[in-house]
Design a protein around this ligand. Sequence first.
Ligand code: ADP
Ligand code: MG
Length: 253
Amino acid sequence: MTMSVSTQESQTIRLSQVCKSYGDYPVLKDIDAQVARGEVVVICGPSGSGKSTLIRTINRLEEINSGSITLDGQNIHAAMRAKELNAMRSRIGFVFQNFNLFPHLSVAENVSMSPIRVKGVAPEVAHEKALKLLDRVGLADKARAYPGQLSGGQQQRVAIARALAMEPPVMLFDEPTSALDPEMVGEVLAVMKSLASEGMTMLCVTHEMGFARDVADRIWFIDAGQIIETATPKEFFSNPRHPRAQRFLADLR
Ligand code: ADP
Ligand code: MG
């Protein structure tokens, strides 16, 4: 991945006036935000504030009620057929809190499955690529293992390799380390950090404020369905402007 200097391309993801409700309950209220190519955004905020819903709307795991979300100008929430939806989703890697690996497939099969099924990549080619990606996340020796034989940290690294297998220009992470034992958090964050340093465009919901401080270009602080503060990590941690952000940070300490 290289950083693009083209200004036309500089807004990879754009959310405009995005609103979403569950029934009568508004979860996302008029969200306006942009992510530039190569930018790493950390989304933080209290539990129930809408972080997961927000990030899930970006690859259309959740529908929106109004507004628009575009990826390089393409309207993600336009009417489209299942096949187009799959193609669009494959451009936006998603890593879940609970890994969501297929338990009956080997690690290598988990990583090679989507390129074979969705992109029509030849199985041998997809397998070779899977081995390279597993090597990259430090799991070359686990290709033939099954998810149930791996630790949580290893499973999450497989999940990252699986998302990368589709060569997405954007990666979304929803609390990727929250389900892990503390000693496994670092190995997953290290993979994410290396992706960031290679110029991947990333949106990460995480409570790992050390990661936010070191890796994020911008922080979005969300509360009650609104992004109420966007700032660089330096600004956010040293001088949060919004009282709710101040309270959130004080509660972490
Ligand atoms: P966060 O990830 O910040 O904890 P969520 O996006 O998961 O927040 O949830 C935001 C709000 O929407 C919460 O009040 C939650 O209870 C509610 N919510 C989330 N998913 C659903 C759903 N499928 N149906 C109804 N309410 C939901
Ligand atoms: Mg959540």
